[in-house]
Design a protein around this ligand. Structure first.
Ligand SMILES: NC(=O)C1=CN([C@@H]2O[C@H](COP(=O)(O)OP(=O)(O)OC[C@H]3O[C@@H](n4cnc5c(N)ncnc54)[C@H](OP(=O)(O)O)[C@@H]3O)[C@@H](O)[C@H]2O)C=CC1
Ligand SMILES: O=C(O)[C@@H]1CCC=N1
Length: 264
């Protein structure tokens, strides 16, 4: 597999780190106007750093577009003359519909629209994938690519905006919950670094319990809450203060915003 990542910024670099752990990767072109922040990636012999998007496209069979939405149309038009029918075009760009990509490259191109998250860098992304009609032929390849940096799920394109909120923005939401837990732990007397470790591992343990048991969260909660104990006391107070409600409202606010961005 010869891959080019056009726009090796925050998410592009996370994807690059995930891809570099895959033996299927033969070469990786990373592009950016200012290459200073990605020096170091070329310690791996498979990697070439360049500001020349055309060169990267010419040397890849899978092209991952990870630039900001406002740059996408211009870059796609720029590289279009160098696109070949067998190129697999993967966009991770928020709010940019497959139909808009097809308007530029044509319906006969393999187009994959995806939504990974920054945990791709540690092999733990939850990536949602949709394809155009032609791109269905490359769905397995897209899954293989994203499974090499976590887990993937094929969903209808209409749900990609919602998936962005839950999975991509979701990384930030979970970080804030972990951060709030450490603040509570420090107040209870732990050093900051201890509090951080306690919060992270407990969060990891909770997710792993659900993943491995397949159980509903409330079932696991029932196993922890001793009658008249401290857990139910804390949980109920959190709910009185609106914990679940604030999360649901935040997710909805994020979804409203992403739909506004799409219209602009
Ligand atoms: N961050 C995240 O967690 C997620 C982001 N996304 C989407 O992914 C995309 C990228 O987001 P993010 O990584 O956060 O953004 P960044 O701004 O960090 O990355 C975009 C990169 O594109 C580069 N760039 C700009 N113009 C060009 C050009 N002409 N040629 C090549 N590279 C160029 C910029 O570097 P330079 O200025 O040096 O050229 C920059 O590093 C966005 O569309 C976003 O919606 C989706 C899901 C999650
Ligand atoms: O905040 C944003 O708009 C982008 C999309 C999801 C993550 N970052």
């Amino acid at each position: 597999m010869k891959v080019a990542i056009i726009g090796a910024g925050s998410l592009g670099q996370s994807i690059a780190k995930g891809l570099l752990s895959s033996d299927a990767l033969k070469t990786l072109y990373l592009t950016k106007r200012n290459l200073d922040s990605i020096k170091g990636f070329d310690a791996d012999k498979r990697v070439t750093l360049t500001s020349d998007n055309t060169l990267a496209v010419q040397n890849a069979n899978v092209i991952i577009f990870a630039i900001q939405p406002r740059h996408f149309e211009g870059i796609l038009k720029l590289v279009k003359p160098n696109l070949k029918p067998n190129h697999v075009l993967i966009s991770v760009i928020t709010g940019f519909a497959i139909s808009r990509i097809e308007d530029i490259v044509g319906k006969n191109s393999y187009v994959i629209r995806s939504m990974p998250n920054t945990a791709a860098s540690v092999g733990q992304s939850m990536t949602c994938i949709s394809t155009n009609e032609k791109g269905k032929e490359q769905e397995e390849l897209a899954k293989t690519i994203f499974n090499s940096m976590g887990t993937s799920m094929v969903i209808p394109e209409e749900q990609l905006q919602a998936a962005t909120v839950i999975c991509a923005s979701g990384i930030a939401f979970w970080m804030r919950l972990i951060r709030a837990t450490t603040q509570g732990a420090v107040q209870l007397g732990f050093e900051a670094h201890e509090a951080h470790q306690l919060a992270m591992q407990t969060c990891f343990g909770a997710a792993t319990l659900l993943k491995e048991s397949g159980k509903h969260p409330e079932e696991e909660i029932d196993r922890v809450t001793t009658p008249s104990g401290c857990t139910i006391e804390g949980l109920n107070e959190m709910e009185h203060q609106g914990l679940s409600s604030s999360l649901i409202k935040g997710i909805n606010a994020s979804f409203e915003k992403i739909n506004q961005i799409k219209k602009n």
